[in-house]
Design a binder for this molecule. Sequence first.
Ligand code: COA
Length: 414
Amino acid sequence: MYLYGASGHAKVIIDMLNASKIKVDALFDDDLSINELMNIPVRHDWENETPVIISIGNNFTRKQIADKLQCEYGTAIHPSSVISPFATVGEGTVIMQGTIIQSSARIGRHCIINTGASIDHECIVEDFAHVSPKATLCGNVSVGEGAWIGAAAVVVPGVKIGRWSVVGAGSVVVSDIPDGVIAYGNPCRVRCVHNVINPKRIAIYGAGGLGREVAGGIQRINRAGLGNWELVGFYDDGKPKGFKVSHLGEVLGGMEDLNAVDKPLALAIAVGTPTSRRVIHDRITNPNISFPNLISPSFRVLDPSTFKIGEGNIIQDNCSVTCDVEIGSYNVLNGSNVLGHDVIVGDFNVMMPGVRLSGEVKVGNGNLLGVDSVILQRVKVGDNVTLGAGSVLMTKPKDGFTYIGVPAKKFDYE
Ligand SMILES: CC(C)(COP(=O)(O)OP(=O)(O)OC[C@H]1O[C@@H](n2cnc3c(N)ncnc32)[C@H](O)[C@@H]1OP(=O)(O)O)[C@@H](O)C(=O)NCCC(=O)NCCS
């Protein structure tokens, strides 16, 4: 047997196959830095070795790889699982330790039925779905393609879970869940859209360091299952077409090319100067271009019901806001930014890593707040102010000027 994906999930499958005395000859993985897993060689050059199991926990990635490989697949069924002879299990599926699959249940292709899950009579689990540890599907439940039922969730009889939806851990699902949503709780309720069904094309304007950071952030959003972006490449007027920005893509052209794009394309403006961000935005006249918020999975909102946000914002790792916070549009929060209660931020501001805004601070438009700078409570900042790295702003600055130091003072260029 061969495994595609040298992950933690693969480790469990190796154990399961060992228990059935099936030898894993090799694993395959695109990550060139992994060469071995549990004393089994990891190779990077799959040449149609079969049978293979796609040992990747993310349902959508498993589907993408299955679409690519198109070959003979194996299954891994742990001997401690109890499967009715009247149940069916599709190719590529793994049935883990201690699961029970009752009569006439139908489990599709490339599914994961995880440790101790219980699937009752006549359930249908479609391809690429994952039923997590200790989850219970009562009789006649159907789980759509690619859906993910969280650990210890309970789905009552006859309920339908939509395609590519997520049911949170510990939820009790008492009514049908539509396609493509994240739902959780007891009773389980739809909480938000889960963007995984159709990948959305996205490009980044800006082929510099911030562009590469934003590209990494997009991958992270995808990996967390909170988006399904297909990064098509970068736009930049200062670099030639075909310029390789990173392993994540190359320059597709400049503003003229961007304005000529003839199908829907999401865009992140990854330029760190507030004035340039606005100029770039204003030069985009193509109605096919949209500006989503790109928000790191690590972003924390203390009170989501009081949080407001516009469009085109980039929020990198470890930022947090408390309550009654409003963020306008096209801002960059470049990581570890903390915004206290009642903070209001306008448009086109750039906050470098570590910026902290105390309660009731108001920030207008086009301001650049340097690394680790702090604005004390209730201070109002207008427009186009630059605050130097490490500065602490204690009083209202004049629009368009630079302030530095502790306390921050107006800096006059000689
Ligand atoms: C449902 C789920 C996908 C949501 O993830 P997310 O979008 O990253 O959500 P967050 O962690 O940001 O939480 C958002 C809010 O929902 C709440 N929440 C998250 N998951 C929840 C759950 N399963 N039940 C109840 N509340 C939940 C959080 O407490 C948080 O509330 P707050 O905003 O009041 O603080 C995730 O929490 C989950 O349950 N995943 C399944 C994990 C699992 O079973 N793994 C098995 C692996 S084998």
